[in-house]
Design a protein around this ligand. Structure first.
Ligand code: NAG
Ligand code: NAG
Length: 348
């Protein structure tokens, strides 16, 4: 009788996966200073720890969701998270042992530092990797392309340097790619157009060089492209203007040259276009259509010249229009950014 009881108890405690237990414990030990680690994450049953979720059958860790907000009592799923105390430390290599992990979200703590463990690329089930808003440095693991289930890759707002690995073009399920606000250098992988599911590509505020890969125009689901505040040069590919669902294009503060492709103004879906602070030159194409609908069109601080195209007056809607600081013939433009047709919404 006693033996059976002991066996029952044993099988109960065995239910906690030993490898996952070791992994989350090491993860906990690698961070410090937070009340999560010291008060909320107690006891052996890590499956009930705040922000840590297990598969109810296997009791393996599937999701880690730790979002810091400004609010002091943010809710993570159905659990309340006490965020008092700062959270510093590193992302432990032990995370790589959680081989059933599908979601890893550790965002906006501002204080997580160190590198992304390269072994993270062995987490073959991972669909969401969001480490944005921390102080992560080092490079994006070069084998990131092994995470073929990845739908969201958000590393924005860190201190990541080096190149965007070319292996990224293997992430065939990727919808969001956000590496903005880091210290990335070198060129955007030229084959990025292979990532057919992409709907948002945010790479602004880095030190990227080279030109805009022409393959980008093949991203038929891309709605939002932000390459602003880099050192990107060369022409704006004409084919970008033919992208079917592109609605926001931010290329401001780069070194783009040549003329503005006519296709951009005729694209019915494009509603926010900012090409400010480049070295674009020549005449503006007279290609606005009566279906063009711009909430913002900012072409200021370039070297555009000639006449402002007449078709601009025929657009369906123009919210903010800024043509200032160019070499247009109409001096009124240089003065206040408006031209002879003053849109009701225009601030002039
Ligand atoms: C376009 O980008 C510039 C940065 O050069 C920024 O100052 C401006 O506000 C942006 N324009 C619009 C309409 O958002
Ligand atoms: C252009 O003008 C708009 C409207 O006044 C303004 O929002 C925008 O910031 C200006 N762009 C730059 C680069 O100053």
């Amino acid at each position: 009788m006693h033996i059976i009881l002991v066996l029952l108890l044993l099988s109960f405690s065995v239910a906690i996966n030993a490898s996952d237990h070791a992994a989350v414990s090491a993860f906990k030990d690698a961070i410090s200073g937070s009340t999560i680690a010291t008060t909320a994450w107690t006891g052996d049953d890590f499956c009930i720890w705040l922000g840590i979720y297990c598969d109810p059958n296997t009791l393996r860790v599937t999701d880690i969701v730790l979002r810091a907000d400004d609010s002091s009592d943010s809710v993570v799923g159905d659990k309340k998270l006490d965020l008092s105390g700062s959270w510093t430390g590193l992302l432990s290599n032990s995370l790589c042992l959680l081989d059933q992990l599908t979601t890893l979200i550790i965002t906006d703590w501002n204080s997580i530092s160190g590198e992304i463990p390269p072994c993270i690329t062995s987490l073959s089930q991972l669909r969401i990797l969001d480490l944005s808003g921390n102080r992560i440095s080092g490079e994006i693991p070069s084998e990131i392309g092994k995470l073929t289930q990845l739908v969201v890759l958000n590393l924005g707002g860190n201190q990541i340097s080096g190149s965007i690995p070319t292996s990224i073009v293997s992430l065939q399920n990727l919808k969001l790619l956000d590496v903005s606000n880091n210290q990335l250098t070198n060129e955007i992988p030229s084959e990025i157009g292979q990532l057919k599911m992409l709907s948002r590509v945010l790479m602004g505020r880095n030190q990227l060089t080279g030109s805009i890969p022409g393959s980008v125009a093949g991203l038929t689901r891309l709605a939002d492209l932000d390459l602003s505040m880099n050192k990107i040069s060369g022409l704006v590919p004409d084919a970008i203007g033919s992208m079917p669902v592109l609605s926001t294009l931010n290329l401001y503060c780069n070194e783009l040259s040549g003329e503005v492709p006519g296709s951009l103004f005729g694209n019915k879906g494009l509603s926010h276009l900012n090409l400010s602070r480049n070295v674009l030159e020549g005449n503006l194409p007279d290609s606005f259509s009566s279906e063009s609908y711009f909430t913002a069109l900012d072409l200021s601080y370039n070297k555009l010249n000639g006449e402002v195209p007449k078709s601009l007056g025929s657009v369906k809607y123009m919210g903010v229009l800024n043509l200032s600081n160019n070499d247009f013939e109409d001096q009124g433009i240089a003065r206040n950014g408006c031209f002879w047709y003053c849109f009701p919404q225009c601030d002039c």
